[in-house]
Design a protein around this ligand. Structure first.
Ligand SMILES: *Cc1c(COP(=O)(O)O)cnc(C)c1O
Length: 379
């Protein structure tokens, strides 16, 4: 049975990206790849399996349901939960053998209690606030927090981490360097109170590529494992610094099939709100995907798709489950023929970045928004 829409993921490209990151950090350091957001849209379980066989050490998830899905599929690799886990879910987090980021005393106490019941140690990674003002313990409270954690019998401080606020949005890295300095201070404080901490980690994709000094004992790479650049600025900064610029291979394509091909006379309008009027006799192809699937409504009258290696402009508004595209100038268009929404077709390519520019957003949002229900096919 032909699928009407699907996402293709290239195992080969994924492996090439991972290989470059492994070489970048060297054999001593761990590579954690983030599989939150359905592995940035690539399918959390399938991506986790492929990443691990490509040599990734740890998986980073946002929430417990992702960890649950990974464990249910028999994956035993270390899982680090980057996001908040509710107090009532901490017992399950331990049973799933996850490492947790912590920054609330309530979580420490509850984890200690639950770990004692299970007769194990909860491995926690303390998140330090260095300038993102998102999750994290303020440095002024850190000594106190580490003291508390160290006093709890069933808590093991396995890691300390922080997160960059302004590294990919600019070529000026003053803010990032200041965060790095604060993180180093925080490590010194924490270790002087609680003893050595085995895992120190700070770097996302941009930091991993830009500054070796951010690698510590592990890096947390997301977007670039999937072959996408964190930003143009990151790419420009690498060029500017004369650093070896990695060649990233995008791994995801999104495709669909044509549901109808029809003649629309000159002067007729297309779609809701009659926002497009044909200026000539046209051939319009109906493609059965829409904003529900992650094809942003902002792409109305703006984007194009690829059919037979040529651009077919979107006409009229994006509907919930349907778009209309102009195939007047394209030969050999057939019912159930393949439409590329993101990816390559012959000489043409629609990158996640181009898609993002149409939707006034970033590549991260484009791929994570592709509806989870759409099958991911690893090739
Ligand atoms: C998502 C995330 C990352 C990865 O960021 P990329 O820019 O995708 O590499 C790293 N650390 C934390 C805490 C994150 O939430």
């Amino acid at each position: 049975m032909n699928k009407l829409t699907w996402v293709e993921v290239s195992k080969n490209s994924l492996a090439k990206n991972i290989d470059q990151f492994k070489r970048m950090i060297g054999p001593e350091k761990k590579l954690c790849v983030c599989v939150k957001g359905n592995a940035y849209g690539h399918g959390v379980v399938e991506a986790s399996k492929e990443l691990l066989s490509a040599g990734v050490d740890w998986l980073g998830v946002n929430a417990l349901y992702e960890a649950r899905a990974i464990r249910q599929n028999g994956i035993k690799a270390p899982i680090y939960v980057l996001g908040y886990v509710g107090l009532d879910s901490l017992a399950e987090a331990l049973k799933l053998d996850t490492r947790l980021v912590v920054y609330n005393k309530e979580a420490l106490l509850r984890l200690n209690e639950e770990a004692e019941k299970l007769n194990l140690k909860a491995r926690v990674h303390i998140k330090v606030e260095t300038g993102n003002n998102r999750q994290g313990v303020n440095i002024s409270d850190l000594e106190n927090f580490v003291n508390e954690a160290s006093s709890l019998k069933n808590i093991f401080i396995e890691g300390i981490s922080s997160h960059f606020a302004n590294i990919e949005d600019t070529t000026d890295h003053t803010y990032a360097k200041n965060q790095l300095r604060l993180f180093e201070e925080a490590i010194a404080i924490a270790e002087s109170v609680g003893g050595p901490i085995p895992y120190k980690h700070f770097a996302n994709s941009a930091a991993t590529m830009l500054f070796n000094s951010t690698h510590f004992s592990m890096v947390r790479v997301g977007i670039s494992a999937y072959g996408m650049w964190p930003s143009k600025e990151t790419y420009a900064s690498l060029l500017q610094k004369g650093i070896n610029v990695p060649k990233l291979y995008p791994v995801l394509s999104w495709k669909a099939r044509i549901a109808q091909i029809k003649k629309v006379d000159s002067g007729e309008s297309i779609g809701y709100g009659c926002t497009y009027k044909t200026g000539r006799d046209s051939m319009i192809a109906i493609v059965p995907i829409g904003y529900y699937d992650g094809y942003d409504r902002k792409l109305s009258n703006k984007a194009y798709v690829l059919i037979n290696g040529q651009r077919a402009p979107v006409r009229g508004r994006i509907c919930m489950n349907i778009i209309m595209v102009d195939v007047t100038d394209i030969g050999g268009v057939e019912l159930e023929g393949t439409v590329t929404l993101i990816g390559k077709d012959a000489e043409e390519e629609i990158s996640a970045e181009l898609f993002a520019s149409w939707a006034d957003t970033i590549n991260y949002e484009v791929t994570t928004r592709i509806n989870e229900r759409i099958p991911r096919i690893y090739i």
